[in-house]
Write a protein that binds this ligand. Sequence first.
Ligand SMILES: [Zn+2]
Ligand SMILES: [Zn+2]
Length: 581
Amino acid sequence: MLRIPVTPFEGWELPPEPGELRLIPIGGLGEFGMNALVVHFGEELWLVDCGQLFPSEDQPGIDRIVPDFAYLEVFREQVRGVLLTHGHEDHIGALPHFLRQWDVPVYGSRFTMGLLEGKLREDKLWKGSRMHVVADFQRKELGPGFAAEWIPVTHSIPDACSIALHTPVGTVIHTGDFKLDPTPVDGRLTGLARLAALGEAGVRVLLSDSTNILAPGPTPSEAACVDGLSDAFDLTKGTLFVATFSSNIHRIQTLVDMAYAKGRQVVLLGRSLERNVTLARELGVFKLPDDILLKPADSSQYKPKELLVLCTGSQGEEQSGLARVLKGEVKGLKMKPGDRLLLSSRAIPGNEVSISRILDAAARLGAETTLEGIRTVHVTGHAHREDLATMMKTVKPAHMVPVHGTYRNLREHGKLAGTLGWPSERISLLDGGQCLRVFRDGRVALAGAVPVGKCYVDEGVEHMVDARIIQDRLILQEDGVIFATVLVDPETLDLSGEPSILSRGFVMLSDDEAYGELLRGVARQTWQEAPFAIRKDRDAMRELLRQALRRIIRKTTQTRPLVVPVILDAAGDASGDMPGS
Ligand SMILES: [Zn+2]
Ligand SMILES: [Zn+2]
């Protein structure tokens, strides 16, 4: 893991000065995911979003990564609540973890809070009285001299918002994830007029989405994929399977409307898809003719060309609706020659291999998987360069802070601000944990970083998983493990038998027996040569044994398995305890 040292913010544990507002991204900068922004002034500490990061393949067994709340722990009593921009996992996914520690109110739009409710109910953390649904353009007074206002924006999920924070040092606008779609599926437009009015009145800081800064021109409208999806319907003789993100209700609406118009019944496959569609229907953000939905088992009563199957699994997930069809696990529904599998989504970086595997599996069943003759079937939910410029020119902030993206994205976004006339001292490129101090007298200062980091969640394990454990899992996966057990007389501290060597996942040299003897010999010799004082210290002895065994293994096999020395008392009492690795 490449780590660039950051300058610490000396004195970060002291509360903000009078007339100071601190903005600290504790996640989401220099990476995609785990978005969370600390807003701290007086004795008030608020979070804007509280997202998770999905683990990558080099984090085996980890289900979720959440921000380290070290900064909040110091100001524990001042944590007042969470303000949400929208319901994507990278913005709400860490809330169950957060709310276990801070039982504070959460504010967000209808669909956002609906998604959150499902999530919290699952974790038995739902508490209706703490959850507040806000309407578009609503302003909430939240504390002394502090209010928040939710301004609608277009994005790839219903009810996404920018948040204007009216603070004692002035107005701060966080765009959330957005694009400027002039023709959104639900007709809910970005509140540009309100943003412009705020800009006229004066905005101190704009924090703006940088995801698509590298994409030129204006962002295509969601309507731009209608033709491509229509092509897919028309070119498919059998059943059309479409996998898409389950929270992209507008895409799902377009597909269902098209199915209706083209005479296909709709099957929904995948838990999150069913749940989100039900929620969106209840909230009135999704319209569905009653007779169009089919249970998978009833689909056999229709001809293949009379079916559209919407499913989860566009990223190649193993537990998705799509994966279950491919494995033949869905009763009454099979993928066959003449059918088509269409992924109406983008590949999240890192998922390319699993996606390719899924497409291959569909091809094996005879389904069409190419995009020949089909126009665009996916458009992004994040603003391209031109929309980002429009946002800056509309809000006209005194200070510009790019957020939501890799460091390169943030830098490009900063450059764009430069070309639009913002001098460099009015643009701040923050990295994770870096604190922007905004003062009432007009000053803005970039302090160093407060402690931040990642916490690894392995579902089913009560506490957080330490980064060292992930390191161990990687070693196990690569080179296996070797247990070296020595039996010791507790009085004399001499060996009271032959050391034993046990391995799993480790490839011994051609002659197992001889290699085992070599390792036993090294363990024996290491013990015997250690001074009595060291032998008394079990931790020191284990370290000595580990190093000696590692050295010989590396020399003879060029591998680095996990080496676990175990020291047992010959009396039979295993005071040798299981060591850490
Ligand atoms: Zn996001
Ligand atoms: Zn989003």
